[in-house]
Design a protein around this ligand. Structure first.
Ligand code: 4NP
Length: 157
């Protein structure tokens, strides 16, 4: 019997990419009947307490998910004991998380797209400074990762 998986998705601001990754994972886990916990956080603190970017909210809504109640928070060293897996959306996030990781961390840290066959080593590009279409690309990438993560976690239990 394995522990319930608890996944934390981490980007820079916690208002664009990681809330979408959290939403996509929650949806994929629910559809697969997988019991799992999910949360998201940012390495930066600019958007703590804020809801996701309106464009991220609209993207999630198009896929049937309401993320208006999510609130930004900053990742902390404690998260390395609260979660079983921490997924970084890009390489800068991964570097920042490695610097924050306590020596006795129990969470497994990885790059999100390393879980998607054919996209290993790739980053989920930041859509914040672009137009709305960037959010569709983000959704496609985080959804593929969510499906792959659910499949891996199911194979494990
Ligand atoms: P995210 O996008 O990391 O995908 O949430 C960003 C949101 C805000 C900022 C940077 C990235 N910012 O600099 O405020």
């Amino acid at each position: 019997m394995t522990d319930t998986p608890a996944l934390l998705f981490v980007c820079l601001g916690n208002i664009c990419r990681s809330p979408l990754a959290e939403a996509a994972f929650r949806k994929a886990a629910a559809e697969a009947g997988l019991a799992a916990e999910a949360d998201s956080a940012g390495t930066g603190d600019w958007h703590v307490g804020e809801p996701p970017d309106r464009r991220a909210q609209a993207t999630a809504r198009r896929h049937g998910i309401d993320i208006s109640g999510y609130r930004g928070r900053q990742v902390s060293a404690r998260d390395f004991h609260r979660f079983t897996h921490i997924l970084a959306l890009d390489h800068a996030n991964l570097d920042n998380l490695r610097a924050l990781r306590p020596r006795d961390a129990t969470a497994r840290l990885s790059l999100l797209l390393d879980h998607v066959p054919g996209q290993e080593g790739e980053a989920v590009a930041d859509p914040y400074w672009g137009d709305e279409t960037g959010f569709d690309t983000t959704w496609a990438e985080v959804s593929a990762a969510a499906e792959a993560l659910v499949a891996k976690l199911q194979a494990r239990s």
